[in-house]
Design a protein around this ligand. Sequence first.
Ligand code: FE2
Length: 263
Amino acid sequence: MKLKNAITLSAVALTTAFTSGDLYAQKKKTKTKKAQEETVIGVQRGSNYGDPKDVKAEAGAFAIVPLKYKYFGLEEYIDEETMFIHFSKHYVAYLNNLNKAVAGTPQAQMSIEELLRTLDMNNATLRNNAGGYYNHNMYFAGMSRSGGSPKGALAAAIDRDFGSFDNFKKAFAEAGAKRFGSGWAWLVVNNGKLQVVSTANQDNPLMPGLGVSGIPVLAMDVWEHAYYLKYQNRRGDYINNFFNVIDWDVAEQLYQKAIISKP
Ligand SMILES: [Fe+2]
């Protein structure tokens, strides 16, 4: 079966960010010391969760996007067991179910973004699993140990559209906290402006007819499976700590592509 590129989220921004792109190469050089420290932590703890690179999905039109860090890579903020279950079980299940759903259909030839934009929202299986695949790719790729704050054009746009970085953080945190049940908080580019929006379940702003739209540049999963083992009912603490693991370089890349894309 024909295998697509790993992902086409906003062209290839995410894959270039953590596979073979210049940005990854630069970050790898500057993070050598930190990566060694992570390995030491893993050995000392005797991790039983294996290497995320060994996780395989069933063959299909869409492919697994590997994690760019170990399961314990974000440990202070998102625990290893949660990352293991989230990536190797939840995410892979969405991917396998997506591939089953599109097998033999024209959607198997589409990019995931095109599939989402043209989705029949009454097709619950495809809605849930295509959303689950795209959303988790955004989430996992959008995190790293780097933390910090946005720089460059995205930082300027956040100041322009929210007034300040703190205002953005408040809006993003509220979007996650107020999402009843399971869902997502998003930072999107909509008609050239940044907006914070929220979606339920595995919906996302690329899908039609939701009343929210835009090209995502940052995603935060607020399903309980993203935080419950460490935080239990304290979703607010998970959200506050999420700001420590945002990979602003990836968000910047996605922002740059979004502002030159057609809405
Ligand atoms: Fe999730």
